[in-house]
Design a protein around this ligand. Sequence first.
Ligand code: ADP
Ligand code: NI
Length: 208
Amino acid sequence: MNKQIVKYRNEILANDTSGHSIDHINRVVKLSQKILETEPTADIEIVQIAANVHDVIDEKLVADVELARQDLRDFLTKQKLNENQVDQIFFTIDNMSYSKNLENHIELPIEGQIVQDADRLDAIGAIGIGRAFYYGGNKGSKIYDPKIKPRTEMDHDSYREQGTVINHFYEKLLLLKDQMNTTEGKRLAKIRHDFMLEFLDEFKKETR
Ligand code: ADP
Ligand code: NI
């Protein structure tokens, strides 16, 4: 793994408390690697770099998105990537997020599909449960409130409105399994999905 890329994203993500910390990136890099082994046509270098930098220009993480974009472009160019490769990485990280795909589905190249699957896998299963409560705590959301119903129709803006952590499972996390791109991503998502169902089942029993 390119040491400079790790150093670059570590500096940007070091102080994050929104659930996009370095450990999230490390898991996405590792999961991308695992999926990559089953997708021989994908470009390894593009996948690795995109996985590492996928959150560094996120509006939730950087104060000035335009400045962050320029900085990333300069950085990638210095890593001896040509313009085409840099554009490909930008296309993926610009279009892979869940909120970007709420209104219409954006088709990504195989490299982007792998990183998107890895990012989604890190939002579900045991880790996903942990991250949802962590995010909810950070935003001051309630764990659960039977009076607040899960939203069924969401667009980019309403996605960021406050709900409860348990509703987030019904509004997003349980929907991810059917949006996976790769065969390996689908397989891993099913295992994590079933674990969330088990968790929700037990949660219901305990709160009845
Ligand atoms: P994306 O980068 O796809 O837009 P987010 O930044 O929305 O993803 O999500 C980051 C993490 O925070 C994920 O694990 C997600 O499930 C969690 N999260 C996002 N919104 C909420 C919410 N309203 N309640 C609980 N967890 C949330
Ligand atoms: Ni991410």
